[in-house]
Each structure stands twice: as structure tokens, then as C-alpha cells.
Design a protein. Structure first.
Ligand code: ZN
Ligand code: ZN
Length: 366
């Protein structure tokens, strides 16, 4: 069994299995593989795997995450070395039984979604180009009505062995039979639709459920929607990588949404009530406090992104950008003039030195 075997397959239960069914399947396997009763070399490894599968599938939250992402941590990078090998070598490295069923490949695709979709969640129809079992031959690769016989190249074993002599010694090279592709059978007339492959390329439309709170770089796992298996093997899974499109007004920071609000020096000095846009609803009113500073943040609670898989939402963080007018009307010039004459200039203390430090840091200097 591969190290990346599906938790459900490991325990031999269906995806809809109840806790009780999972528990009883685990008990049975644990009795079989527990290191105290089974001294085989890989028994304790197998025991660890079924225990992990059991722990995840009996924890409702972890099970939900597993169903959604194919792992309990979510996000990227949950493919084991086994998957890598299968990707590079197009199949299982361990010797296969001839004519044995082969699981279809997992498919990976990427979709781009709007920030609003990530906030509200939605269903989206995607088109998946994939290999499906051929309708005409039902996967046998033989034209309907034609006869099937044992492959003469491999005598039905599905693999060919070649003894090779090299400077390192003599070794046997075992490879899949090129004539029958490992099935051990040849047909006198190959299927006209799939040319004997048993599978054909089709564009399949699927409805993908995007859960609220999903973030850029996370992936959704859709079990059984990968490529068709061979010789009756199970279908692979589909993994959809989520890419979040940039939004003109909001920048996502975790589950918070950052918005920049431009205010005038007078609004900052005197304070004001200002409306700000909200990603999925009516605009909200925020209070700019009197004496607000450039870069100061005002929080709008609960107007961020919903937490994935749980209740509650992040906040909208409104950062104030105090904008000094570049040109003044006659009235403004007069009033700013009076203001300059009566106000005390800002003190030239440590804050100013701080600014130099910040500028130096920003320039990467020492
Ligand atoms: Zn066919
Ligand atoms: Zn063959």
C-alpha cells in the first residue's frame, strides 16, 4: 500500500461511513497490525497509518478538512514522495500484478476567483479535460464484437524481462509490455474510438463548491473526479488550486481586509464621519477621530473575510491617508494662511529622527 493511500481506502470504508463503521473497521485492522501481535517488518508502519486515518476520520473537523483538501492541514504541499514518483514515472514503481487494475491519475488545475467569491463562497462550473472510460468499448480497448487473446509478446504476464550486463554486474530489467500495455491481452481489432487505450479524452463540466473563507494558494480536493482508472481501477482525484484575483479597493491580510481611506488635513485634525465601501454589503460609516495621524487605522468589525470552516469573520481595517492638497482655491489659501499664522509648528523632536531612520531602512542602507 502506498504511503499516500487515501484514509478511507486504508480503513476499507466508504466516504460516507459513520463513526461507528470507522471505529469497527479500525478495531479489526488494529488487531491485525498491532506491533504486539504482528511481527512483520512493515506492520508497525501500517499500524501507524491506520491509526492516523482513524484519528482524522473520527474527528469531525479534521475529517471535513480532509474531505475538502485531501489532507488535514489544508493548502499546498501534501503530496508524498509516492505521488512524485507516479508523476515522473507514470505509474507505480512497485511491480504490478499483470492485468491488475490501475488507479487513474490525479489531476491538478488552477482557477482564479474574485475576492467577493472568497467572501461569500459560490458554486462554479469548471471544465476539466480528462481521460474517461471509453463509451464504445467500456474500457476494454477492443472493438465491440472482436475477439480478445493472450498477448504473444509477454504471454499474458503484462511485463517483459530483459537481462542486462553492465559494468555494475548483471541485472534484470522488468518493464511493462510494449505490445499490450501491461494488460496481457491483445485484441484482433482495436476500438475505433479510443484506438485500444480504453480511455478517451473528454471535457467534463463539474460544479465546484467554493467555501467562504478560501484563500489564495489553497486547494480543493474533489474525490473521484480525476482520470479514469485502467482495467477497472479506481478513478483519481481532482485538485483545484485557488488563485485570488487582486481587488481594486481591498487587500486581503489573512481574514482581514485592508482599505485605504484618503482624508484631508482638516478631516484628520477635526475628526469626521466618513463612509467606506464594504466588500459584500452596504457602505459602513467610520469615525475618523480628531487628531488622526497619517497611517492610523480604524477598525470596522466583522466586515472582513469569513473564517474558513468555522463561524465569524475578520475585520475591515481602514488605514487613513492624510492627503495635503496640491493646489488651493482662493478661499483655501486665505484660510490655510490664517492657520499657519496662528498654529504652532510641529515640534522637532525624536519623531523627526525616527523618520530618517525609517527612510534609511526603506532604502536598505546602513
Ligand atoms: Zn474504446
Ligand atoms: Zn503483452
Amino acid at each position: 500500500m502506498a504511503t499516500t493511500a487515501d484514509f478511507y481506502e486504508l480503513l476499507g470504508v466508504s466516504r460516507s461511513a459513520t463513526d461507528e463503521q470507522i471505529r469497527s473497521a479500525y478495531r479489526k485492522l488494529a488487531r491485525q497490525y498491532h506491533p504486539d501481535v504482528n511481527s512483520a517488518a512493515d506492520a508497525s508502519e501500517q499500524f501507524k497509518r491506520i491509526t492516523e486515518a482513524y484519528e482524522v476520520l473520527t474527528d469531525p473537523q479534521r475529517r471535513q478538512r480532509y474531505d475538502m483538501f485531501g489532507s488535514t492541514t489544508g493548502g499546498l504541499g501534501d503530496f508524498g514522495i509516492g505521488d512524485l514518483f507516479e508523476t515522473f514515472f507514470g505509474g507505480d514503481l512497485r511491480r504490478r500484478e499483470p492485468r491488475g487494475p490501475m488507479r487513474g491519475a490525479d489531476l491538478r488545475m488552477e482557477i482564479e476567483i474574485e475576492l467577493l467569491d472568497a467572501v461569500q463562497g459560490r458554486e462554479r462550473v469548471i471544465t476539466v479535460p480528462r481521460l474517461e472510460t471509453c463509451d464504445r468499448c467500456s474500457g476494454s480497448g477492443a472493438e465491440p464484437g472482436s475477439s480478445i487473446s493472450t498477448c504473444p509478446t509477454c504471454n499474458g504476464r503484462g511485463e517483459v524481462r530483459q537481462v542486462q550486463q553492465s559494468v555494475f554486474g548483471r541485472f534484470v530489467n522488468v518493464s511493462t509490455c510494449p505490445r499490450c500495455g501491461g494488460s496481457g491481452k491483445t485484441v484482433d481489432k482495436v476500438c475505433t474510438r479510443c484506438r485500444g487505450e480504453g480511455r478517451e479524452r473528454k471535457d467534463r463540466e463539474l460544479t465546484l463548491t467554493i467555501p467562504p473563507g478560501i484563500d489564495d494558494g489553497q486547494q480543493l480536493r474533489v474525490p473521484g473526479e480525476g482520470e479514469a482508472g485502467m482495467r477497472g481501477g479506481p478513478t483519481g482525484d481532482l485538485y483545484v488550486l485557488i488563485r485570488l484575483r487582486e481587488h481594486a479597493l481591498f487587500k486581503r491580510e489573512g481574514d482581514d481586509l485592508v482599505h485605504v481611506l484618503r482624508v484631508s488635513p482638516a478631516q484628520a485634525a477635526l475628526g469626521d464621519e466618513v463612509t467606506v465601501p464594504v466588500i459584500d454589503g452596504a457602505a459602513a460609516t467610520v469615525r475618523v477621530p480628531p487628531g488622526a495621524q497619517n497611517g492610523q487605522m480604524v477598525r470596522v468589525r466583522g466586515k472582513g473575510v469569513p473564517h474558513l470552516g468555522s463561524s465569524g469573520r475578520g475585520d475591515e481595517l481602514v488605514y487613513l491617508d492624510v492627503v495635503v492638497p496640491r493646489s488651493l482655491s482662493k478661499d483655501q489659501r486665505r484660510l490655510y494662511g490664517q492657520l499657519r499664522d496662528i498654529e504652532e509648528p510641529p515640534s522637532q523632536d525624536a519623531d523627526a529622527q525616527d523618520l530618517f531612520g525609517r527612510i534609511k531602512d526603506a532604502m536598505g542602507g546602513s
